[in-house]
Design a protein around this ligand. Sequence first.
Ligand code: HEC
Length: 147
Amino acid sequence: MKKIIALILIALFLGFVMLAYAQKKEEMKMADPAKELAKSIENGKKLFNDKSLGAGKMTCNSCHMEGGTKDGKMGDMVIPAFDDLASKYPKYFMMAKRVMTLDQVNNWCIVNPMKGKALKWDDQKLTDLTAYVASVKVVKKEEEKKK
Ligand code: HEC
């Protein structure tokens, strides 16, 4: 009798281990890191047209032209296109007069020029905005350089 109980326990234990292993494998299969990042970048790009981030009609695209891939303007000031910002931040951000991370600059633009409410640091929207902004690399064509 004892042997049978022991065997049942062993079988149950093995079954449990196999189930846990199968589940882990399934979880790992579901998360494709490149796809997840691409999704976040895509969502961030959409947020560049989202008026709800600010208090008025402004969107990120009002100042950072075509998703920040082209130079923008604010009055007489030229706002340079985002170019490989992932490699440049953290850096001293003139307008805030302090060193900032890319997330902080994104929130700074939401709060200051756009008069919106700062996003929480763990808000997926802020992550998506930063993922997008960090993904922009401006390829300058030879002809464009000559102009
Ligand atoms: C009213 C205009 C305006 C709006 C709207 C605006 N920004 Fe900005 N943004 C600026 C200015 C001005 C700078 C500073 C440019 C500089 O220092 O050369 C800047 C800088 C930045 C930078 C750093 C660029 C660099 O080259 O270092 C990022 C990133 C950025 N903004 C993201 C955003 C995001 C995201 C939004 C929307 C939530 C947004 N901005 C909305 C005006 C704006």
